[in-house]
Design a binder for this molecule. Structure first.
Ligand SMILES: Cc1ncc(COP(=O)(O)O)c(C=O)c1O
Length: 385
């Protein structure tokens, strides 16, 4: 029998939850209803029949539904190694290693690679998986203001890692701001300051670059970065994540990345889904163009209506509103208009910058974008003063 609410520990947790509630910052699980504006399925691949067919064919061919262990024990399968080789070829690196989630990929890569004598320079807006990977590594960290490259270069020049190395970690498309890292400038800074660059391409994979290979590939920088990370739960409409890198780094991670070693591998049939998803995104230039045009139309209309969309220039369009209550109010009002949107609050974004995070997908209609802008504007007019 589980413990009752009279337990001291559960009382403490209940009081923390009550405090979150009092700050309008309590999350609850809910089903999404209406036109989905929270989805990272940017190209609409999740509804592609070819993805289902890939799974059905893999199962019919006898691929197991369970991996039965870590890749280092009984969980390896030829299809995972083939997929890693295919993905490395797709991105243009020597090797790739697949992790069970994008979170596990960042945590595994950073916690294994960075040593306590190293210094890591991390953008202030980096994803929690990057933050956690750095924390676990116990490397010295310098958090630089979001995309402030002068500040980054200054910090790189004025910090010494006599016994270690310097690393820069950024996202190529930032998940809550929808702005892009200037990859060319970062490559130059890294080279000028003898630092290694690591780029999380979560929201760029499938969306930017030739065949959707990401912003590092778009900048021609694939062989100039130490690693890129490609979570598969976004435009690839799957799950898991690749670290693309040199073969030596891959073998190092196989031996040292704890989130790879101490975790059950995903089932082999799932590799067939990812393999098909990679083929689909590589052939999706029309969807990429459609996505770009829809997103640019939404950004323009929101700006013209006087909303603060920050520095977004991608398919992720924040509407920065300020307080938690305001963000909750907008999300609820939009739900009334048939749109599924979540309020994004601290600690996901800084205090006072609560927002709606609208993510555009290629399947959205022009008419839905117009209705959305109308609904956001109507909500502002109806906002209680
Ligand atoms: C930038 C970034 N990196 C990593 C992740 C983690 O990926 P996953 O959801 O596959 O664990 C996310 C997803 O939320 C993300 O936005």
């Amino acid at each position: 029998m589980s413990k009752s609410n009279s337990s001291g520990t559960l009382r403490r947790l209940a009081s923390e939850l009550a405090a979150l509630d009092a700050q309008s910052n309590l999350r609850r699980l809910a089903q999404m209803e209406g036109i989905n504006l929270c989805s990272n399925d940017y190209l609409g691949v999740s509804a592609d029949a070819r993805l289902r067919e890939a799974i059905t064919a893999a199962l019919a061919a006898g691929l197991p539904v369970a991996s039965t262990g870590s890749r280092l024990l009984s969980g390896n399968a030829a299809i995972w190694e083939e997929l890693e080789a295919d993905f490395a070829r797709f991105i243009g690196t020597e090797a790739a290693l697949f992790f069970g989630s994008g979170y596990a990929a960042n945590v595994g890569l950073l916690s294994a690679l960075l040593h306590p004598e190293d210094i890591v320079f991390s953008d202030q807006a980096n994803h929690a998986s990057i933050v956690d990977g750095i924390r676990l590594s116990r490397a010295r960290k310098v958090i630089f203001p979001h995309l402030d490259l002068n500040s980054l270069e200054n910090a790189l020049r004025h910090s010494d890692a006599p016994a270690g190395q310097k690393f820069i970690v950024v996202e190529s498309v930032f998940s809550m701001d929808g702005d892009r890292a200037p990859v060319n400038d970062l490559l130059e800074i890294a080279e000028r300051c003898s630092a290694e660059l690591i780029v999380d391409e979560a929201h760029a994979t499938g969306v930017f670059g030739p065949q959707g290979r990401g912003l590092v590939a778009a900048a021609g920088g694939t062989r100039r970065v130490l690693a890129t990370v490609h979570p598969c739960g976004k435009a690839l409409a799957s799950a898991g994540g690749f670290v693309c890198c040199a073969e030596t780094l891959k073998q190092y991670l196989v031996n040292r990345a704890r989130s790879f070693i101490f975790s059950t591998a995903l089932p082999p049939y799932f590799a067939a889904q990812i393999r098909r998803a990679v083929t689909i995104i590589s052939e999706s230039d029309a969807e990429r163009r459609r996505l770009e045009s829809l997103a640019s139309c939404l950004r323009q209309q929101l700006q013209e209506a006087g909303f603060n969309i920050g520095t977004s220039d991608t398919q992720i369009v924040p509407v920065i509103l300020g307080g938690n209550d305001t963000a909750i109010h907008y999300a609820a009002a939009l739900s009334g208009h048939g749109f599924a949107v979540r309020p994004i609050r601290p600690p996901t974004v800084p205090q006072g910058q609560s927002r709606l995070r609208l993510s555009v997908t290629a399947k959205l209609s022009d008419e839905a974008v117009d209705r959305l802008v109308n609904a956001v504007s109507t909500t502002r007019i109806a906002l209680p003063l």
